[in-house]
Write a protein that binds this ligand. Structure first.
Ligand code: ADP
Length: 554
């Protein structure tokens, strides 16, 4: 592997030149200096992978250069050059962290071998470091899997990173997009109250600056690293004037910034090795993803809980509504049946001769009571249809339709209408709820009578159509215009509200017809035109031949 940055420091320029030549032949990026001072200045200015340094130099001793270099970057690989005179110091150099040494005078092969061995060792160390990176990433992934709370996750992640980086103090900021601020989500090694509500404005700008620094940015209260004064209040609050800022970004979204302060512990300034930087940037991405996922999960959970609560409330409301209507219709039905019974008795004269002027009001009482009864029946049936498990027993419709025709005879003749019934002989049973099907027939015949002026005709036919049972109710009445034909099957829809005053009803009958027929697996259609009468056609699937004893009598 070549391309590594190598610094050669030797006071003998001849040796420096020779080394540089050999190194560039091998493909390294080599630089040379001829004094210890220069070497230190170069090391402070830019990063190197390998330092080759002569132990004996007149100004700053090679060992000092070595120590300074390792303080700046503990991962730097170093090889010392020594003569016989300074052999004893090689031990010191190795103890201080040098990875190899060259004894002057050395040949080309010796030089190449020493450089190669030192760099190979470096490679191994880097691999070990990568392994080291796997552990915190694993911990982060575990945190991601098990933690559903953003605050708790932030705290745990902060701990992992701080421990890994040997940071004494740490802060995790999250971005508040609505205000473009960074707010503190978790702290470590800092008195909570000192920073708990610290907010740093200009989140987007700080982010851009931090990202510009490629991996991490070292912010210093003095240099400010392009961040201006944004972090100064925080520095004052925390009493720390140097932070390592790691941008937390998923790649698509900026989540926050992690700041570490680990100056004092080791007595070295905040200088991070390449492997630290790599580790931090890998962890930054992982942390951002973990936080974002948790945030989204929390939001989704919240949404789900709210939805579930709303649904529960809705269900409870529905239950109460149904209960209420059922109670009311029951309470109405019973007294109404008595009113109707006595009114009929009175009107018929069975309870004694009715005076001529009493007859009409009594008839009105009877008629209106019927309307009221129908309405209550419809409401009850609609509710039952919604909440009751469908009954599926064989129903013999000819009996049911015949009974309805008989019941409506009086009403039709009172309305001056001819009511005709044609019930086919071979009509198969249908599977369903006899009571509900009776409401269908009653509503259709009732409407036909209601909406047909005197002198007209209502025809009820029951037969077969392609294996289905077909009920047709035709009248010669006012008809329904095309634009209303779809809507009259909606609950409470009436073509003309004024008809309610004349005919009664509240627009539930056809909705009920459609709902009941739908539940029986059938269909209802209308053929009509204004002034041309109407035909309602109901199709119901015939019951399978072996459907058992039937029930047709209403
Ligand atoms: P209601 O009869 O109580 O008003 P329906 O749901 O049974 O409620 O009918 C809805 C509307 O459809 C009626 O108000 C009426 O305008 C129209 N309609 C229903 N049947 C007929 C019919 N046979 N002829 C003309 N219009 C009808």
């Amino acid at each position: 592997m070549a391309g590594e940055r190598v610094l050669v420091a030797d006071d003998e320029s001849r040796i420096v030149e020779l080394c540089l030549q050999l190194l560039s032949e091998q493909g390294y990026q080599a630089q040379g200096v001829t004094s210890g001072q220069e070497a230190i200045a170069r090391l402070e200015a830019e990063p190197f992978d390998l330092l080759v340094v002569d132990i004996k130099m007149p100004d700053v001793d090679g060992l000092m250069v070595l120590r300074r270099a390792l303080a700046l970057d503990p991962n730097l690989t170093t090889v010392v050059i020594t003569g016989y005179a300074t052999m004893g110091r090689v031990i010191d150099a190795l103890n201080s962290g040098a990875r190899g040494f060259l004894l002057k005078p050395f040949g080309m092969e010796e030089f190449d071998a020493a450089i190669e061995a030192a760099l190979a060792q470096r490679q191994k160390e880097q691999e070990r470091l990568l392994l080291r990176a796997q552990l915190p990433i694993l911990v982060i992934s575990q945190a991601l899997m098990t933690e559903a709370d953003v605050a708790e996750l932030s705290r745990r992640l902060l701990e992992v990173v701080a421990r890994q980086m040997d940071a004494a103090k740490a802060l995790l900021f999250l971005v508040d997009v609505s205000t473009d601020e960074l707010y503190v989500a978790a702290t470590l090694g800092l008195p909570e109250e000192s920073v708990a509500d610290a907010r740093v404005s200009g989140a987007e700008r700080i982010f851009a600056q931090t990202l510009q620094a490629q991996q991490v940015l070292v912010w210093d209260a003095k240099t400010r690293s392009g961040l201006g004064t944004d972090l100064l209040p925080l520095a004052a609050k925390t009493d720390i004037d140097r932070w390592v800022l790691i941008p937390l970004s998923t790649g698509k979204k900026d989540i926050g910034i992690l700041s570490l302060s680990h100056a004092s512990g080791r007595g070295r300034p905040v200088i991070l090795s390449d492997s630290d930087l790599n580790l931090l940037s890998i962890m930054g991405r992982q942390i951002a993803i973990a936080l974002e996922n948790t945030r989204m999960y929390a939001m989704e959970q919240r949404g789900r809980t709210e939805l579930a609560r709303a649904l529960e409330q809705q269900q409870e409301l529905d239950r109460l509504k149904n209960q209420f209507i059922q109670n009311v219709s029951h309470e109405l039905r019973t007294p109404l049946a008595m009113i109707l019974g006595y009114a009929e008795l009175l009107a018929s004269g069975d309870l004694g001769q009715v005076k001529a002027e009493q007859q009409a009001p009594l008839d009105i009482i009877v008629q209106r009571s019927y309307l009221l009864r129908d309405l209550i029946e419809n409401i009850t049936a609609i509710l039952e249809n919604e909440i009751r498990e469908p009954i599926r027993e064989p129903v013999h419709l000819p009996d049911l339709v015949q009974a309805a025709l008989t019941d409506f005879e009086v009403l039709a003749s009172q309305a001056g209408l001819a009511l005709n019934g044609r019930v086919g002989a071979e009509v198969p049973d249908v599977l369903g709820d006899a009571e509900h099907l009776r409401r269908v027939v009653d509503n259709l015949i009732g409407n036909a009578i209601k909406f047909t002026p005197a002198g007209g005709m209502v025809d009820v036919r029951l037969g077969r159509a392609n294996g289905d049972v077909m009920l047709e109710v035709t009248d010669t009445g006012i008809g329904v215009a095309a634009e209303h034909q779809g809507r009259i099957f909606e609950r409470f829809y009436q073509v003309d509200g004024t008809t309610r005053r004349t005919h009664g009803g509240c627009g539930l009958g056809l909705a009920l017809v459609r709902e009941i027929i739908g539940r029986h697996g059938g269909s209802v259609t209308l053929k009509s035109a204004p002034g041309q009468g109407s035909t309602f056609v109901v199709l119901l699937p015939a019951a399978p031949a072996s459907a058992g004893p039937n029930k047709g009598k209403p």
